[in-house]
Design a protein around this ligand. Structure first.
Ligand SMILES: *Cc1c(COP(=O)(O)O)cnc(C)c1O
Length: 241
């Protein structure tokens, strides 16, 4: 087994233990492998290992790697062990002038945090005859420099986004602050989960609203315990290679 395969194996085991601790099924927690710090050979190896939900936080990098991987899959089209397609997740801050570029490639945009951005996505998607899935990014840490809608404004924004016909709001995303203080991290994830149930409960959204994207390399076990359905993990898989 390669180092990379071992690290993924280790992450999968930790996910399974966190699920067991919190009486959850591992199938209910999806792993998005964040490739921003990886080389193309490593990314190809990840795909060979059967993982096809990948994430990038910058549009240009996403387009570049998505193009390279599409070519790789095409060249190995007769290899039945490879996934047929890659699902790309745009996890970083999205500028409105980059929306069109991202729509063609992504299966889920995690970082919608203003009405203006949602409207831009809605308009571009309408023209392309698409209906992309998006998450509302919430700032649960109250750090002013962070992206994400403040918790207190999130329900109203969700309501407004729901009125846009060319996108589908399917959940929330949040990031915990960079700290070793586990209580602070857990408090952020709990806030996100409470908000998630609040939005669901007020019937602002439809039955598609099912995803809670939270948890990175340093905090994904806490995120699972607090209800994450999508993890975004990079450095725990690619570090040191
Ligand atoms: C980089 C990044 C991640 C992954 O972080 P790691 O610590 O490398 O696991 C997750 N989410 C977002 C938004 C990121 O930018």
């Amino acid at each position: 087994m390669t180092k990379l395969a071992e690290r993924i194996e280790r992450v999968k085991k930790s996910i399974a233990s966190a699920c067991a601790r919190s009486s959850r099924e591992p199938e209910d927690v999806k792993l998005v492998i964040v490739t921003k710090s990886a080389g193309i050979e490593e990314i190809e190896e990840v795909v060979r290992l059967g993982f096809n939900h990948l994430g990038e936080n910058r549009v240009l990098q996403l387009k570049k790697v998505a193009g390279q991987l599409a070519e790789f899959l095409q060249q190995h089209a007769d290899d039945e062990t490879l996934p047929k397609e890659i699902h790309w997740h745009m996890i970083g801050h999205l500028q409105r002038n980059k929306v069109r570029q991202v729509l063609a490639t992504t299966s889920l945009i995690h970082s919608v945090d203003t009405l203006r951005l949602a409207e831009e996505i809605n308009a571009a998607a309408g023209k392309l005859n698409l209906r992309p899935r998006v998450l509302l990014q919430v700032n649960t840490s109250n750090e002013p420099q962070k992206y994400g809608v403040p918790v207190g404004a999130a329900t109203h924004l969700a309501e407004q986004i729901e009125t846009l016909p060319h996108l589908r709001l399917i959940g929330l995303m949040t990031m915990a602050p960079l700290t070793r203080d586990q209580d602070v991290i857990r408090a952020c994830f709990m806030r996100a989960r409470e908000l998630f149930y609040e939005v669901q409960g007020e019937k602002i959204v439809g039955s598609e609203f099912t995803e809670l994207s939270m948890g990175m390399s340093s905090d994904y076990e806490i995120a699972i315990e607090e209800g994450a359905t999508i993890l975004r993990i990079g450095s725990a898989i690619f570090a040191g290679s």
